[in-house]
Design a protein around this ligand. Structure first.
Ligand code: NAI
Length: 697
């Protein structure tokens, strides 16, 4: 049963019962409406209490039904709420824990609302590029007041029930309970059982002293803050309609807005990202009920750039960390940086002093492997050299307790080789954090040939605890993200050879929506990193060609921001990227030496060469089984590489453009004598999908 019915005294209790959060799917709606009809016709019943079983009143629409005909099948959410509102007996919502989306809209159709303190209340539809489509934009402003309702609807953020109950003049909650919710709701229902007429939120007026000025001001604010996302402004217009239009007309405005948003590429991209994140946490051959190992203590090897940031993730989650280094100075330096990071957060008011102290108290350090043997998980973040890593893993093999998970943060090295330097390759896994590791959401979980399933299940669960988006990658050079970015960078280099300036390429990429173009990114990360990788590639893959412009830049000592000069010039102590005459001259000479006549290249060509390079390489990764699913690739790029969220990731973007068109463009690029025709041969998977008129999703 997805909704249960019982009678207590003269009160019928209808309980939504669809775990985990009482999503209002078709079966639940049907069961709920049947229960409501039963209560209405039962002469022994004089009032009705509606509540939710388990850990929510209701989390809203059932996400499993999203976009399917079931979501609209009658009784749909609007009809269900209409039935509640039209019920001849008082309906009291007994709200607790989570009351979101359609759940809140359902409660607003009830005649009364009794709420437990600490309930998270939200209309989060805007986060999926939508607006609340079951009366939320019309009823919440009437019940709560225009300003707080607009804030909730435009931000989608949850607000605590006690805070909402304090809003002056609010009619959202009739009572905040102090004891048992159900007992108080039953008593409340008994009190109001004979009261008529029944209060309806739709009959309230959404008032504001100066609505025109308020909405104009809000339009400017919301418009500026939601560039590239149409939903927040649509939300605003629907809320504005609640003040200027009759309830039924406002409902029509809401419906029109909802339908229009449903078909925007932005909403499609946001919904794609929402489901992609959930899908990424699943591993096809690792069942959800795989037992996990307990992780109560962590050790980190290396207190450099990555080791410090990695440690902070665990300290933030309340897990003790011991950092090991080779020298006391390196330890002191690493710990000082962790302290500095936390102190900056305290200064900005983002972290309370006592929390900072608690976190630091969880941190210890050592120069001695014997001190970390009892850790449940050890993460190595030492220099990126296979010899150094193998030596560290041999030591770990000798001292770590049986069953400890041994992880490497390597960004390019062979995790299988590292695993095989131990006698327990089944316990070895790659945990590839991104810099700054305490900030970036992405965690690539690198699955070695021997990595045990319970190790994978454990680190996927742990990733959630430390608030990372984990994506599983097989072993290959660069894993998912960096292997793809190499092709993107190669294209960026060819574009320079052919006539673009770094600023032209960056501008086009940033206009498309990348957080940073490839050259500004190179200057930030350090151009010497790519240089070192290319030097290795020249030996390993002599047939793979690169533009030599980035090597010439490094030969000038222009490593980026850290040396005060890279693709751009930087004023001392500043990060503003200024076009560099030195680089312009260097590129001119370079082209002349190659006999290239520079040509004008459109922004479209720039962006498509960069993005389709990612897409084609990703198609190879999927075929090789390195990436599990196209949406995983999108998660990597959305959370680790600044790909614009409203485009849903490179694969979602390619699907939107149409794979046929992507392949056509690649064929054109292949004809360019200065590009790499072999690379632009569509990966077999991409070619097949395009030929069959299919998409990655
Ligand atoms: P780093 O040079 O800042 O830090 C490395 C630290 O390891 C140094 O403090 C060094 O003293 C210590 N160390 C070296 N050998 C050691 C040993 N045998 N035992 C204990 N400590 C030792 O390097 P970074 O940038 O932190 O990189 C570490 C690892 O993380 C590398 O594998 C790198 O590829 C990977 N990585 C780096 C990223 C970055 O953006 N910096 C991003 C993702 C991964």
């Amino acid at each position: 049963m997805t909704a249960t019915y019982e009678v207590r005294g003269k009160i019928a209790v209808i309980t939504l019962s669809n775990p985990p959060v009482n999503g209002l799917g078709y079966e639940t709606r049907k069961a709920f409406c049947a229960a409501l009809e039963r209560a209405e016709s039962d002469t022994a019943v004089n009032a009705i209490v509606v509540t939710g079983a388990g850990k929510a009143f209701s989390g809203g629409a059932d996400i499993k039904e999203f976009g399917s005909p079931k979501a609209l099948a009658e009784p749909n959410l609007l009809s269900m709420i209409g039935m509640v509102e039209a019920c001849s007996k008082p309906v009291v919502a007994a709200i607790h824990s989570v009351c979101m989306g359609g759940g809140l809209e359902l409660s607003l159709g009830c005649h009364y609302r009794v709420v437990a303190p600490g309930t998270k209340v939200a209309l989060p539809e805007v986060k999926l590029g939508l607006l609340p489509g079951a009366g939320g934009t019309q009823r919440l402003p009437r019940a709560l007041g225009i300003e707080p309702a607009l804030n909730m609807i435009v931000s989608g953020e949850p607000v605590n029930s006690e805070l909402l109950a304090q809003v002056p003049g609010q009619k959202l909650f009739d009572r905040v309970t102090s004891g048992d919710l159900m007992e108080e709701a039953l008593a409340f229902a008994a009190d109001v059982a004979d009261k008529r007429p029944l209060p309806r939120v739709r009959d309230l007026k959404a008032r504001h002293a100066n609505p025109e000025a308020f909405f104009q001001f809000s339009r400017n604010m919301v418009g500026a803050m939601s560039k590239n996302f149409p939903a927040p402004l649509r939300c605003l217009e629907a809320v504005a309609a609640s003040t200027t239009q009759k309830f039924e007309d406002g409902m029509r405005t809401e419906r029109e807005g909802f339908t229009a948003l449903m078909f925007t590429p932005e909403s499609k991209a946001l919904r794609h990202a929402f489901f992609a994140e959930r899908a990424a946490s699943k591993i096809a051959d690792v069942p959800d009920d795989t037992p996990v190992r307990s992780i109560a203590k962590v050790a980190v090897i290396g207190a450099g750039t990555m080791g410090g940031g990695i440690s902070m993730n665990f300290l933030n989650a309340g897990i003790p960390v011991t950092i090991l280094e080779t020298k006391q100075e390196a330890l002191d330096r690493g710990i000082a940086i962790i302290k500095k990071n936390y102190e900056a957060q305290v200064k900005k008011g983002k972290l309370k002093e006592d929390k900072y102290q608690q976190r630091m108290a969880l941190l210890s350090s050592t120069l001695n492997y014997a001190d970390i043997g009892d850790a449940d998980l050890v993460i190595e973040a030492v220099f990126e050299e296979i010899g150094v890593k193998e030596a560290v893993f041999k030591q770990l093999d000798a001292v770590m307790k049986p069953g400890a998970i041994l992880a490497s943060n390597t960004s390019t090295l062979d995790v299988n080789k590292i695993a095989n330097s131990t006698k327990r390759p089944q316990d070895v896994v790659g945990l590839h954090f991104f810099s700054p590791a305490n900030v970036m959401k992405l965690l690539e979980v690198v699955r070695g040939a021997a990595t045990a399933k319970d190790v994978l299940a454990t680190v996927m669960q742990l990733a959630k605890k430390i608030r990372k988006t984990a994506v599983v990658s097989g072993v290959c050079d660069g894993f998912i993200g960096n292997r793809m970015i190499e092709q993107y960078s190669r294209q960026a280099g060819f574009l320079l050879d052919e006539g673009c300036s770094p600023q032209q390429v960056d501008k086009a990429a940033e206009k498309f929506g990348f957080a940073m173009g490839p050259f500004r990114m190179g200057d930030l990360a350090g151009n010497d990193i790519g240089w070192a990788i290319r030097k290795r590639r020249y030996q390993e893959k002599p047939d793979l060609n690169y533009s030599k412009s980035a090597d010439l830049l490094c030969e000038l000592g222009r490593y980026g921001q850290k040396t005060g000069a890279g693709w751009y010039d930087y004023a001392v102590g500043k990060r503003d990227a200024l076009p560099s005459p030195v680089v312009a001259e260097m590129l001119e000479k370079h082209r002349a030496a190659l006999g290239i006549t520079p040509r004008q290249i459109s922004d479209d060509e720039i962006v498509h060469r960069l993005v389709y390079a990612l897409v084609n390489e990703a198609a190879h990764l999927l075929e090789e089984g390195i990436a599990q699913r196209a949406s995983d690739v999108d998660m990597v790029y959305l959370t680790g590489y600044g790909f614009p969220l409203w485009r849903g990731g490179p694969m979602c973007y390619a699907d939107t453009v149409g794979l046929f068109n992507v392949v056509q463009a690649m064929k054109r690029f292949a004809k360019n004598p200065l590009d790499d025709a072999k690379f632009w041969e569509p990966a077999p998977l991409l070619a097949r999908l395009a030929a069959e008129g299919k998409s990655f999703s």
